[in-house]
Design a binder for this molecule. Structure first.
Ligand SMILES: [Zn+2]
Length: 400
């Protein structure tokens, strides 16, 4: 393991250097107006071809943007794991009302719940402080108050009105794909509701720690948006439980949350591309890591899958964190969502994967236009949705 880790670090450092070289080459190409993306296996010009030709070099195996838009041949899911870093990245200036998005280490200050926490624990991060409180019976009423404040704060958050990372993430995936989130905030559902109003069918969404906006009907096993009538019995869907940070989470205790984990496990077994966006995989959440490891299997058996990590932490740290999951040749680290595969090949990462990595074709990009307003963005997506036909209209809620 130690040797593998060292080898990994050397390879990660070499890859980081290569990426810098590639970025410089990409910038140079952009200046001369040529393609901004050079896949590793793209055909190259033979040595006896003239170097002073004036017409562009033709790549017989190229895969154009139009071909990508028309191609919906891949049915396996792209799986995205979301953590608190994704919500913070989506709302750097705060939510629609300017409320800050906390991560675990600044949650106590951001939510101003310090007075509810014993003085001796206030300097700890929320995870450690809460776990300590939970283990002391005399502090259980204070724990409940903390939970109420957290639920209230997250339930009050609203996505800013203009399209942001959440809208773009949701629109870049097809109904066959899966987003599994650890976040309690309602942004994912709000982004889906915004898209849903114009008839768009989003990917499957899974809430691994519960969510303030998710409701369920225990009798019928229906999961949906909180307070919306159950499609079977008509009663409003009850709020789901939030899973709070204690060292040994038992995901199997809550049937709704356990169902979400089982669904994620199935998706991970069949995915070709895993995107981990702003999720820190805290070591204390051993249950989550064990479940991931079990579903993913050993990295040697996942040599053909692609993993990309969107995170602002140093690459070495991320490589160590995900060491058990990553095959050396198939991972990428991006600082921004807009550099990842979903933003460069929206709704077609599977088809792009097949053409680039299996067919060794030169692939054009189809970058998601991040500056467009909602109506213009919807129009831009038109040809992609049209090509998908009935698939784009698949039902969102599996059990409804
Ligand atoms: Zn019901």
């Amino acid at each position: 393991m130690a040797n593998k880790s060292k080898t990994w670090k050397r390879q990660a450092a070499a890859k980081a250097k290569k990426r810098k070289r590639d970025k410089a080459a990409t910038k140079a190409k952009a200046k001369t107006g040529s393609s901004s993306h050079a896949p590793a296996l793209a055909p190259v010009r033979s040595e006896n071809e003239s170097s002073d030709r004036t017409t562009p070099v033709q790549f017989p195996y190229s895969y154009s943007r139009d071909e990508e838009v028309a191609d919906i041949s891949v049915k396996a899911p792209h799986v995205v794991i979301l953590g608190a870093g994704a919500s913070r990245a989506a709302c750097l200036q705060g939510d629609a009302q300017g409320r800050k998005l906390p991560v675990m280490y600044d949650l106590i200050d951001t939510l101003e719940i310090g007075p509810l926490i014993p003085e001796a624990l206030r300097s700890l991060d929320f995870e450690s402080a809460y776990a300590a409180m939970r283990s002391d019976e005399s502090l259980l009423p204070a724990c409940e108050e903390v939970e109420e404040r957290i639920f209230g704060y997250f339930a009050s958050l609203e996505l800013p009105p203009y399209p942001n990372v959440y809208d773009h993430l949701v629109l870049s995936l097809r109904p066959k794909d899966v987003i599994a989130t650890f976040n309690w905030d309602p942004f994912l559902i709000q982004a889906i509701q915004r898209a849903y109003h114009v008839g768009y069918q989003p990917p499957r969404v899974l809430f691994l720690h519960g969510n303030v906006k998710v409701g369920f009907c225990q009798e019928d096993g229906v999961v949906g948006v909180r307070d919306v009538p159950c499609s079977r019995c008509g009663n409003p869907l009850s709020p789901s439980r939030l899973l709070y940070p204690i060292g040994e989470k038992n995901y199997q205790q809550d049937p709704v949350i356990w169902d979400e984990w089982r669904e994620l496990s199935r998706a991970l077994k069949s995915t070709y591309w895993l995107t981990i966006f702003g999720y820190g995989a805290p070591k204390s959440d051993k249950g989550a890591i064990d479940l991931f490891r079990e579903a993913w299997g050993h990295w040697e058996q996942r040599q053909f899958e692609q993993i990309e990590i969107i995170d602002i932490r140093p690459e070495d740290e991320l490589a160590d964190l995900w060491d058990d999951f990553i095959h050396t040749h198939h991972y990428e680290v991006h600082r921004s969502f807009y550099d990842c595969s979903l933003a460069r090949h929206p709704r077609r990462t599977g088809e792009f994967y097949r053409q680039q990595y299996l067919e060794a074709r030169w692939c054009d990009e189809n970058p998601l236009p991040r500056e467009l307003d909602r109506l213009s963005l919807w129009r831009w997506l038109g040809p992609l949705l049209e090509a998908e036909g009935p698939e784009a209209m698949m039902s969102f809620y599996r059990k409804q």
